[in-house]
Design a protein around this ligand. Sequence first.
Ligand SMILES: NC(=O)c1ccc[n+]([C@@H]2O[C@H](COP(=O)([O-])OP(=O)(O)OC[C@H]3O[C@@H](n4cnc5c(N)ncnc54)[C@H](O)[C@@H]3O)[C@@H](O)[C@H]2O)c1
Length: 432
Amino acid sequence: MCVLKKRQGYLRFGIAGMGVGALSVLSAISQSQYSSLVAGADINGEVRRRFNEAFPRCRVYDSVDALCADESLDAIWISTPSRLHADHAVLAASRKKHVIISKPMATTLAEAERMVEACERNGVKLIAGHSLGFSPAIIEMATLARSESGIGKVRVAQLVAFTDWMLLPRTPEEVDERLGGGIIHRQSPHQIDALRILCGGRAESVRGYAGTWMKERKAPGFFSAFIQFDNGALGTASHNGYGYLVGSEIVPWGADVGIGGSDIQQRALTRRSLREGTTDEEALKDSMRLGGSSPLFARQTTKKPWLPLHLGLTIVSCDRGDIRHSPHGIYVYSDDGRRELSVGDDTSWFGRSEIEELYQAVVNGRELYRDGAWGMATLEVALAIQKSSTSRTEIKLRHQTSVRPNAFSATQNPRQDDGTCRACMEREDNDA
Ligand SMILES: NC(=O)c1ccc[n+]([C@@H]2O[C@H](COP(=O)([O-])OP(=O)(O)OC[C@H]3O[C@@H](n4cnc5c(N)ncnc54)[C@H](O)[C@@H]3O)[C@@H](O)[C@H]2O)c1
C-alpha cells in the first residue's frame, strides 16, 4: 500500500511498456527518493489492468503518445520492445520529457543517432540505462585500476557468461535478430558496458563470432568478442545462453540456478517442450509480467551474493595483479596476496542509479556519464560483433566515447530510501 506524503524535489516519471523488463524499473521509480511514479502506458489491456491494481493512484494510458502528452511528467522510462525504442524516445523528447532507455539503446546506429539528435534539439537528457555494466563491483574494479593502489592499469578484461537466456519464455521478436532479438542485441550491452568502463571506453576494433545452435530459436544464443581498446587494453566477452551449464554453478558460493531460477532438470524439460512445440510462450511470458502468476520474477530480496550470470565470470588483469568478483565485492590479487573489498550486496542500485543520475543532471546541472553518446558507442560494438561474425573480418569503430570521470565519483550505491512507495505522490500533492 502506498504511504503518501507531500514532498518536493523529485522527478515525475511515466513508464512506457510494462513488461518483464519493467518490473525492476517500476520498483526503482516508485521507491527512489528522486522520483515519483505518476503514469504508465502499454498496449496490452491485461497489463494495464494489473498496473492499475498495483498502482491505483497512477494514470494509465493505452499508447506511448498519450503518455508523452501528460503535462505533469518530467521524464519517461522507455521499456517497450527494442525495435520501438527510437520512435518512443523521439516522441518523448518532442514533448520535452527527459528519457531513460532500457538496454539495448536501439537496434541500429541510425536509430540511436535519431534519439541523440531529438533529445539535443529539445533540450532534454537521454540516459542509456538498465545495464549491469555499471554495477558497483565493476566501478570498484575500474576505480582501483585508475588509483594509486599499486595494481596498475587494466591490460586485459575477460568476461565469460553461461545462462539460460534462450530458454526463458520469449515473444517472437525477442528471437528475431532483425527486430532486436537474440543474445547479442539483448545481453551484450551488459558486458560491453563493463569492458568499456574497465578499459577506458574507447574501443578501436572488434572481431566477433555469433552462434545460432538451437533450431527452435532463430536468433543467436551465443557470441564471443575480442575488443581492442585505443589505450592498448584488450577486452574479451562471451555469452552462451543455451542453459546447459549456467555460470552460477562455477563459483564456490553458487549453485545450479539459471536467470529464471530453474535447475538443470527444469531447463531440460523446457528445452524438450520447445522442441516438441508444446510451450505456450505467450502465456508464460505474460505470467512473468507485472502481477502475473510466475514466481520467477517475483520480487526478490535485494541482498544476495553476486553470481556470474548476465555479466559472467569477470577477471581483470592489471600490471601487477588480478581482480574478480567476490560474493559481496571484489577480490584483489597482488604481490601482497589476496584481499577482499566489500561493495555491499544491495542490488537496488539497478534502476535507481539512473534515476539519481538524471536527477543530478536536471536539478544540479551535473554531467551525465551514460548519455546517448555512451549508449551509441556500446551499440556500435554490439552491431560490430554481428557484422564481424558474418564477414569474418575485424570491424573498425567510429563512434566511441571515453568513460566520464564522474562515472567513478557518482553515487554507485544510491542512498537507502525509506521504503516509502512514491507512486502517484504528484496526484496526492495536487489533491492537497
Ligand atoms: N526481460 C528483462 O528481464 C529485461 C531486462 C532489462 C531490459 N529489458 C528490455 O526491456 C525491453 C522490453 O523487454 P521485455 O522483456 O520487458 O518485453 P515484454 O514483452 O515483457 O514487455 C514489453 C511491453 O511493451 C508493451 N508494448 C509493446 N508495444 C508497445 C507500444 N507500441 N506501446 C506501448 N507498449 C507497448 C507490451 O505490451 C509489453 O507489455 C527490451 O528492450 C529489453 O531489452 C528487458
